[in-house]
Design a protein around this ligand. Structure first.
Ligand SMILES: Nc1ncnc2c1ncn2[C@@H]1O[C@H](COP(=O)(O)OP(=O)(O)OP(=O)(O)O)[C@@H](O)[C@H]1O
Ligand SMILES: [Mg+2]
Length: 224
């Protein structure tokens, strides 16, 4: 058995704004390299928080996250940004598209950050948007797209740099069952190429695809 691609040790996240919330408490888990893992659990119980920590998008209150043995919680912001753009694809629950940019430009931005030459960026962005069925919306801005279409742009963007690790937060939450099937086909293809995929979902169809499911309840992993 090879080393896990991701390892979380004793992750705790406390949000201390107006409401003090313990969103995650002492979560320890491993994501095997090349696996397809689903994270499930009730609304508000810490799934997005966990995914953000696993992707180095936020820092835990305590605990560690190791990506290929490197401690992300100790990495500088610059180092983290580099790792994120080269190795990780992230689909946010609420998409995080740049509102002033078109669909094509939103996908290209990810490649810009990773230093892909401009001509290549555009060709690849077109191909990815075709894959998610948006070839006729290349120049639409997010507010001209439906929720499901925005989600598909976010997915194309996450795939832009052919990431080793694809982290998706409810990627099919706004999709009809046909579009969900299409998306899952692409996830299967990414996984078949040896990539690691972690999907937060409420969908049993998505969960059926996974090799393993981690259940989060009240900020803790439910023993499986
Ligand atoms: N930035 C924040 N500041 C304060 N509290 C937060 C913040 N983000 C999340 N929380 C709280 O942390 C808890 C976990 O939130 P999280 O977004 O991880 O849940 P979730 O499992 O992804 O839920 P859902 O299925 O609804 O997306 C919730 O109680 C939420 O209110
Ligand atoms: Mg969430």
């Amino acid at each position: 058995m090879s080393d896990p691609i991701l390892r979380a040790e004793g992750l705790t996240k406390v949000y201390d704004g107006g409401y003090r919330t313990v969103a995650l408490e002492d979560v320890t888990l491993e994501i095997p390299r090349g696996s397809l893992t689903c994270i499930m659990g009730p609304s508000g119980h810490g799934k997005s928080t966990l995914l953000h920590l696993l992707g180095g998008l936020d820092r835990p209150t305590s605990g560690r996250v190791y990506l290929d043995g490197e401690d992300l919680t100790a990495a500088s912001p610059r180092r983290l940004a580099g790792i994120r753009s080269r190795r990780l694809g992230f689909v946010f629950q609420f998409f995080n598209l740049l509102p002033m940019l078109t669909a094509l430009e939103n996908v290209q931005t990810a490649m810009l950050l990773a230093g892909v030459p401009r001509r290549e960026q555009e060709a690849r962005a077109r191909e990815l948007l075709r894959l998610v069925g948006l070839e006729d919306k290349l120049h639409a801005k997010p507010n001209q797209l439906s929720g499901g279409q925005r989600q598909r742009v976010a997915i194309a963007r996450a795939l832009a740099n052919d990431p080793d690790l694809l982290l998706m937060d409810e990627p099919t939450g706004n999709l009809d069952s046909r579009s969900e099937e299409d998306l899952l086909e692409q996830v299967r293809a990414v996984h078949a190429r040896g990539k690691t995929v972690v999907i937060v979902t409420h969908s049993d169809t998505v969960a059926a695809l996974a090799e393993r499911t981690v259940t989060i309840r009240d900020g803790r992993v439910v023993p499986g």
